[in-house]
Design a protein around this ligand. Sequence first.
Ligand SMILES: Cc1cc2nc3c(=O)[nH]c(=O)nc-3n(C[C@H](O)[C@H](O)[C@H](O)COP(=O)(O)OP(=O)(O)OC[C@H]3O[C@@H](n4cnc5c(N)ncnc54)[C@H](O)[C@@H]3O)c2cc1C
Length: 430
Amino acid sequence: MAAPTESFSRNFWSHTAEAPPDTPPLLGAHRSDVTVIGGGYTGLSTALHLAKNGVNVRVLEAKQVGFGASGRNNGQVIPAYSRHNPDDIERIFGKDAGRNLNAWVASSADLVFDLIRQYDIHCEAAQNGWLQPAHRPSRMKGVKKKQASWEATGQPTRLLTGEETIQLTGSPIYCHGGWVLERGGHIQPLGYARGLARAAIVEGAKVHGASPAISVNRVEGYWRVETSAGYIDSDNLVFATNGYTEALWPKLRQTIVPFRTFHAATSPITDNIARSILPENHGFSDTRQALWAFRKDFGNRLITTAAPIVPLGAEGKINASTKARLLKVFPQIGDIEIEHIWQGWIAMTPERLPRLHELARGVFAGMGYSGRGIAMATAMGKSIADRISGASLDTIGPLPVPIKVLPMHDVISPLSRAMIGVYRWKDNRD
Ligand SMILES: Cc1cc2nc3c(=O)[nH]c(=O)nc-3n(C[C@H](O)[C@H](O)[C@H](O)COP(=O)(O)OP(=O)(O)OC[C@H]3O[C@@H](n4cnc5c(N)ncnc54)[C@H](O)[C@@H]3O)c2cc1C
């Protein structure tokens, strides 16, 4: 399967993000300490943290920075796993490694907002908590467990009554309660990606757009990465291509399931109605496995998820089903237009946990955030940078794992959409 690409201008965020920094294509032969392939949060955070330490680093991005999921997502900064609770993680990885990973995830949103402040990144940032309302009374059991488990790690959280949840969401359907992760928040995702690129460049990294890496080889003791117009020889190499991974490194593509996700943005809602929806400007995803996520942007548009089971020719269906869903959640909006529908690729792992790989001496990959990548990919970039700079494994958060090829990968990927149907069925029952 070729790298999945699609028009970028359909993406709503490309209309409100600050202009991208200058990222000239790679031309000619170069030497660097580190080459990073992929200009999303993982690659740009790696480059920024390396450059800050005086390391000579170059990023190759096939299209433009933030072209992948980093410029297309919902913008919800969530310092928590999508499936597991911290106590599960300690059971899976053991006490010490589990605690390290939990602390890494818990601090990942602070890292995002600290970078935004430090580098004055203009991306509509709001660190005012991330909200998860229960969509059925039965899901409150899981919400309470999650909240207690994160609270026990020291991460500030809050359990909400039904009334508080209705008040904070502005939706009458969320009357069962929910919880808040206080360090979460939201951003303009493409603005954040472009700001990270600008920060990396300011620190001394070289970032090249329109420079797809086409081959990786070992040449005279260096990793040589070639584009159509040049090459870089370096001691270290970082794959930061996530759901857009191609066949550059043997089998890496077959370790994750790329999952196509759709998003929609409405026309601006009136100030009056906007005040009644998410009045404290939270973003939220509810407890459905077939995700329902909502937020407002600075222009009072509602930005929401859509997940058709059959993606081909889906736009008309998405338009109608998104309007119906919005009306169900926020009946006060009345008639509203869907102005933008776009899509992007998420890298899912079967265990829904991020993966750090050390593929060979000096070769790293960070991927598989399973829909929670704003905070985790930023943190992964820092971890990879720290590791390249010589940090010991017990200080970087995630432990490197060997790559594990998914059996029948090319069949699993398209079939994974059918799981949406299963999730919907479960979401309406348990
Ligand atoms: C629609 C959608 C909604 C989401 N919502 C949220 C959310 O609300 N909260 C959250 O935390 N996460 C969310 N996510 C997930 C999050 O966006 C990702 O986990 C995160 O952006 C991953 O960043 P990354 O840098 O690893 O990968 P990406 O941003 O996907 O970047 C990979 C880059 O690699 C480049 N590339 C690929 N091959 C090559 C090559 N050969 N040479 C050079 N470059 C190459 C691509 O062009 C791409 O720019 C969402 C994702 C999507 C798609």
